[in-house]
Design a protein. Structure first.
Ligand code: NAD
Length: 471
């Protein structure tokens, strides 16, 4: 049993102001795995006050001091990589190979990237007669979701710290363990009191108190669209900067010249990674109508081959995060059936042989882009396949979405792929794979307004000052 009932405030592990706890459920077993404290607005006030005090000195530290701390954190993070991965598996059900691999590894990557960016970042620049300064915005409230829990925490905490900001982190209630370990890492590495604080609990209480708090200068939020809208409203009265990283319904276009079977299989199994709980997942697979039959066969074979089960065993897919998430996904599968979409693989209920745990069948539908399952973010292992007639049609379908977070193009002719990417109204596009920690990540349209990762992630936390010097 894990105990995460204390908060990290002002460099110390402290009891909540008003004791109240909630169980944490292991999604693979449906058993209680531990408890967290549910914080209150009083805890938020304490943490914000500590962060405000610490900002006075932390905002004036040198780049070298901040680099030294980031490197000390890196040493601790590396030493606890396995712990972090195991915590992710226990809290949100990712297979252990994914938890200890990409899940924990993304955090290590963002940490290394923050160090590389800080080593060369220009906090000052002379343009003509104007001296331009980039200064830390102040106290930041960082609110994160459960799906890639370390990725989302580290992509905020380290740029905030590197730019001289102080922060109060509110991790997801469903996945509190990895953030708790990160706080232990920050403490052991010698983070000065108040520079980083962490409070667990409910979004509607802690997140809302942070968003409305007059002494918080900025909120960086990753999560769902409705909560992002609520945070923006809550933050409006205090004129805070609000960075939003929201949901997606990203298109994966397979070009006619691509090796269709290989690429459809890659897109299908890619959709099932992390049980489909990835904001930038390619959840709409666009294939040429002329080759639909071949594509359907390849998608079915790939989905049927995805192994599902105990995340501590050698499987490709664990459960989804919670009972309520399981129910939402089942409702969407039912909607797909009701709408007359063609079920290619998977469907309702748990996979055969799994009668406990929030397991979902890897599911593929064929449908048109106006189906509800093609328009709304399902956030589960459900892929929709849509046919296109020509490249203009493919782009039109890709762009016919309220969201604009990710996009994928697979094909041999890179010029054609890049030309399509240019026309797609979306924040990040991967052509034939590829991955870069320095590439800015964020959304168009309802997918948000922020840009995280690499140097762009630093700008989120900086104010810009012009000093104009006359003769
Ligand atoms: P969520 O919006 O329910 O919760 C996210 C966080 O917000 C949690 O910590 C939650 O406690 C908190 N919260 C809830 N209500 C709040 C309120 N009123 N005020 C302040 N905070 C509040 O999202 P989720 O279910 O945890 O995550 C899934 C969503 O996150 C999906 O839509 C997914 O696409 C999105 N997401 C986006 C990105 C991205 O980078 N764009 C990355 C990962 C996940």
């Amino acid at each position: 049993m894990r105990d995460t009932t204390r908060f990290y405030i002002d460099g110390k592990w402290v009891e909540p102001v008003s004791p109240k706890t909630a169980d944490v459920i292991n999604p693979a077993t449906e058993q209680v795995s531990g408890a967290i404290s549910l914080g209150s607005a009083d805890d938020v006030n304490k943490a914000v006050a500590a962060a405000r005090r610490a900002f006075e000195s932390w905002s004036r530290t040198s780049v070298k001091e901040r680099l030294d701390l980031l490197r000390a954190i890196q040493a601790e993070y590396t030493a606890r990589l396995q712990d972090l991965g195991e915590a992710v598996t226990e809290e949100m059900g990712a297979p252990l190979s994914l938890g200890c691999g990409f899940q924990a590894g993304l955090g290590a990557g963002h940490l290394q990237t923050a160090i590389e960016v800080l080593e060369q970042f220009k906090f000052e620049e002379q343009r003509g007669q104007t001296l331009i300064l980039r200064e830390p915005i102040g106290v930041c409230g960082l609110i994160t979701p459960w799906n890639w829990p370390l990725n989302q925490v580290t992509v905020k905490v380290f740029p905030a710290l590197a730019t001289g900001c102080t922060s109060v982190l509110k991790p997801p209630q469903l996945a509190p363990y990895s953030a708790q370990i990160l706080a232990e890492i920050m403490h052991k590495a010698g983070t000065p009191a108040g520079v980083f604080n962490m409070i667990q609990g409910q979004g509607s209480v802690i997140g809302s108190a942070l968003s409305k708090h007059p002494d918080v200068d900025m909120i960086s939020f990753t999560g769902s669209e409705p909560v992002g809208i609520q945070i923006s409203k809550d933050a409006a009265d205090t004129v805070k900067r609000v960075g939003l990283e929201l949901g997606g319904k990203s298109a994966w276009i397979i070009l006619d010249d691509a090796d269709l079977a290989v690429n459809v299989a890659a897109a299908t199994s890619g959709m099932m990674v992390n049980s489909g709980q990835t904001c930038s997942a390619g959840s709409r697979l666009l294939v040429p109508n002329s080759r639909m039959e071949e594509a359907v066969a390849a998608a079915k074979a790939a989905a049927d081959a995805v192994t599902v089960g105990d995340p501590l065993s050698d499987v490709a897919m664990g459960p989804v995060v919670s009972k309520s998430q399981w129910n939402i996904i089942q409702d969407y599968i039912q909607k797909g059936l009701d709408e007359g979409a063609t079920l290619i693989s998977g469907g309702l209920g748990r996979p055969t042989g799994l009668d406990r745990g929030y397991f979902v069948k890897p599911t593929v539908f064929g449908c048109t882009n106006d189906a509800v399952i093609a328009r709304e973010e399902i956030f589960g292992p459900v892929l929709v396949m849509i046919g296109y007639d020509d490249l203009d049609h493919a782009v039109a379908i890709a762009n016919d979405s309220d969201f604009g977070l990710g996009g994928y193009v697979s094909g041999r002719d890179k010029d054609v792929a890049i030309s399509l990417a240019r026309q797609m109204r979306t924040g990040a596009i991967w052509i034939n794979g590829g991955f870069d920690f320095h590439a800015p990540f964020g959304g168009y349209k309802h997918s948000g307004n922020g840009r995280e990762w690499g140097e762009y992630g630093f700008h989120e936390y900086l104010e810009v000052k012009s000093i104009m010097v006359g003769g």
